[in-house]
Write a protein that binds this ligand. Structure first.
Ligand SMILES: NC(=O)C1=CN([C@@H]2O[C@H](COP(=O)(O)OP(=O)(O)OC[C@H]3O[C@@H](n4cnc5c(N)ncnc54)[C@H](OP(=O)(O)O)[C@@H]3O)[C@@H](O)[C@H]2O)C=CC1
Ligand SMILES: O=C(CO)COP(=O)(O)O
Length: 365
């Protein structure tokens, strides 16, 4: 049973797996949906067969989704615009769309990536390009093919704007897709972008034969790193206990349906980064995100050993097993540093070492 109270016009920019899955949800929920993509042949296939043969070949799309290569016709009259374009092309697509966007529209990024110049998240790009008030992001454990299969799924709409949160909950919330609200847009968006880094590491660990203890350690320490970074960025660490933090981390670090996990797995079986990315044929945002996050973390003095380790494996040729050993023998640390600060653990070790030196000095005398 659809929860939408009034029929809405929804535009989706992007014809990849997630854009297509979201378009179909909105249509299942009774909206008029127009989807923009640049590939004429795929447009024709979606309109004729109600199937996206390139990105989601095994799933039917609701016939109420109409695809087009014409941005103007897709955007005109849309109340809600969902943008599912990889981060590298996000700004250029928003710029192309700008003539047909208006301040009344709700603009929502679904993209889990970071723009290199200025370390901007996609909602910040949207804000910069439009200056419009109704801006939000969607993030959460949302594997596109499972959504297309109508598996029960939850997501988060994050915005400081109550209208954005409420309308997205109404337009997308349905019997198989539950939409939770957050006002920590930055935290939710960071969660979505950062977890891709650890999904690559988890895929690699699995390919190297590492077990469930290792995966649990990786995911939990990833959460510690992500929240540490988010706090330094001014986000609320509690957000990472939600769907866009721990929820998305669990799914992408555990599932072969995650493209980031698959890239990591391919690397673990011995493929080069170029080969792994080429074999995927879709976007794996984490490859670029890890570089940008490590540079930012160094600049801000944020401790991110896992991200740094993965960065060295991906770009400096350090063998993954060697990096894993280095990380295991790293300096002693705290479990939950919001309870016991990391510095307190390190200080205790320094004092112990000093005491040891002092004592042994005494024995020698
Ligand atoms: N797939 C998933 O499970 C989920 C994905 N996301 C996020 O959604 C975002 C989009 O992902 P997804 O749909 O999966 O990506 P895909 O790789 O499946 O598809 C990317 C889409 O973007 C289009 N595109 C790429 N570059 C351009 C460009 N320069 N101009 C116009 N269109 C372009 C592609 O068109 P073309 O085919 O013509 O190249 C394609 O339609 C990513 O940031 C991802 O992190 C979020 C949650 C789940
Ligand atoms: O973000 C996702 C699931 O929530 C999809 O992850 P991938 O981009 O790794 O496929």
């Amino acid at each position: 049973m659809a929860m939408a109270e009034q029929q809405s016009n929804v535009a989706v920019l992007g014809g990849g797996s997630f854009g297509t899955a979201l378009a179909s949800i909105a249509a299942d929920n009774g909206a008029n949906v127009r989807q923009w993509l640049r590939d004429e042949a795929l447009v024709a296939q979606i309109n004729r067969e109600h199937r996206n043969g390139r990105y989601l070949p095994d799933y039917a799309i609701n016939p109420a989704v109409t695809a087009s290569t014409d941005l103007k016709s897709v955007l005109t009259g849309a109340e809600l615009v969902l943008i599912a374009i990889p981060s590298k092309a996000f700004r250029s697509v928003v710029q192309a769309a700008k003539p047909w966007l208006s301040p009344e529209q709700i603009l929502v990024s679904t993209t889990k990536g970071i723009e290199q110049d200025g370390f901007l998240l996609m909602s910040q790009v949207l804000e910069q390009e439009t200056g419009f008030p109704h801006i939000g992001v969607i993030a959460g454990p949302n594997l596109a093919s499972e959504i297309a299969d109508k598996q029960l799924t939850a997501t988060v709409i994050a915005s400081a704007d109550a209208l954005t949160r409420t309308r997205v909950q109404q337009v997308l919330g349905c019997r198989y897709f539950r939409v939770y609200a957050s006002n920590d847009r930055h935290g939710v968006e960071l969660g979505g972008a950062l977890k891709n880094i650890y999904a690559i590491a988890a895929g690699m660990a699995a390919a190297l034969g590492m077990g469930e203890n290792t995966r649990s350690m990786l995911m939990t320490r990833a959460l510690a790193e992500m929240s540490r970074f988010a706090v330094a960025q001014g986000a609320n660490p509690m957000t990472f206990l939600g769907l866009a933090g721990v929820g998305d981390l669990i799914v992408t670090c555990s599932s072969n349906l995650s493209r980031n996990y698959r890239v990591g797995h391919a690397l673990g079986t011995g493929l080069s980064l170029e080969e792994a990315v080429a074999a995927l044929g879709q976007v794996a945002e984490g490859v670029n995100t890890v570089k940008l996050v490590c540079a930012k973390a160094r600049e801000m003095g944020v401790y991110m050993p896992l991200a740094e380790g993965l960065n060295r494996v991906l770009f400096d040729g350090v063998p993954a097993q060697e990096m894993a050993s280095t990380l295991m023998m790293g300096e002693q640390s705290s479990d939950v540093e919001f309870i016991l600060p990391r510095e307190a653990v390190q200080q205790a070790h320094r004092e112990q070492a000093h005491q040891g030196q002092h004592n042994s000095g005494g024995c020698d005398e």
